[in-house]
Ligand binder design. Structure first.
Ligand code: SF4
Length: 239
């Protein structure tokens, strides 16, 4: 099955056609198998959240815990305010992110930025990361073992940033963070929780670029997030 067909099937799944079957992941297998991931060393004691995030990023810079290390240009760790009240979690780096080393900097990232700006939430005030830190080849979905290998880094990022609210972007992030496999149209806009934190799934900005009609729903979701943050601060909710 060629890549265009796979992309079409993924697109249909994102539209809610949950009975569409995706092909098994492409066998992007290392010539030299990557060893089972070792547990993360304990975090360095002390330091600010920013310092500990920087230390974690340095630790990841030459990570080879999964096969995604083989096709990447660089690890795309995460970006933003280390003490953000709001954290976005996406799927994995795309081509532009892999090239520039920062999540959500391509067309989809610019759309996310524009939506945040419209909400009065500048990018520098939130924290943005992905479930895997290295680009999957051909922008395919990350495989379960790759997500499992990278998950301790994401979990530690969440612990260090300690956001009040997490927004998962797209089906892959919802599936891997929340263990939810429903179609996005069923998940989006419905609050749930993960380890005691409020989580709101919404569409991935790349999906919104392909499906402009879904932007209104994503916009509603982000306004709901802003309302939640305002209420947590004791402010009057925005209209
Ligand atoms: S995706 Fe995560 S676990 Fe895999 S090599 Fe990259 S940083 Fe390491």
């Amino acid at each position: 099955m060629n890549l265009a067909t796979v992309e079409l099937l993924r697109y249909l799944r994102e539209l809610g056609w949950s009975d569409v079957e995706l092909p098994p992941p492409s066998p992007f297998v290392s010539a030299s198998p990557v060893a089972s991931p070792a547990p993360l060393p304990p975090p360095a004691a002390g330091g600010s959240a920013g310092e500990m995030l920087a230390a974690l990023a340095a630790q990841l810079a030459d990570c080879r815990r999964c096969r995604l290390c083989e096709g990447r240009t660089q690890v795309v760790f995460g970006v933003g305010n280390p003490q953000a009240r709001l954290m976005f979690i996406g799927e994995g780096p795309g081509q532009e992110e892999d090239r520039l080393g920062e999540p959500f900097v391509g067309r989809a990232g610019r759309l996310l930025d524009a939506m945040l700006q419209a909400l009065g939430l500048p990018r520098r005030e939130v924290y943005i990361a992905n479930v895997v830190k290295c680009r999957p080849p051909g922008n395919r979905d990350p495989q379960d073992d790759e997500v499992a290998a990278c998950r301790p880094f994401l979990e530690r990022q969440v612990e260090l940033v300690n956001p009040q609210v997490i927004v998962t972007l797209g089906r892959v992030a919802a599936r891997h963070l929340l263990g939810r496999s429903e179609a996005m149209r069923e998940l989006r806009g419905r609050w749930t929780s993960w380890r005691g934190r409020r989580v709101l799934p919404t569409y991935h900005p790349a999906f919104l670029l392909r499906t402009p009609s879904a932007k209104a729903e994503a916009w509603r979701d982000l306004k709901e997030v802003r309302r939640s943050l305002s209420l947590a601060r004791g402010e009057a909710g925005p209209a």
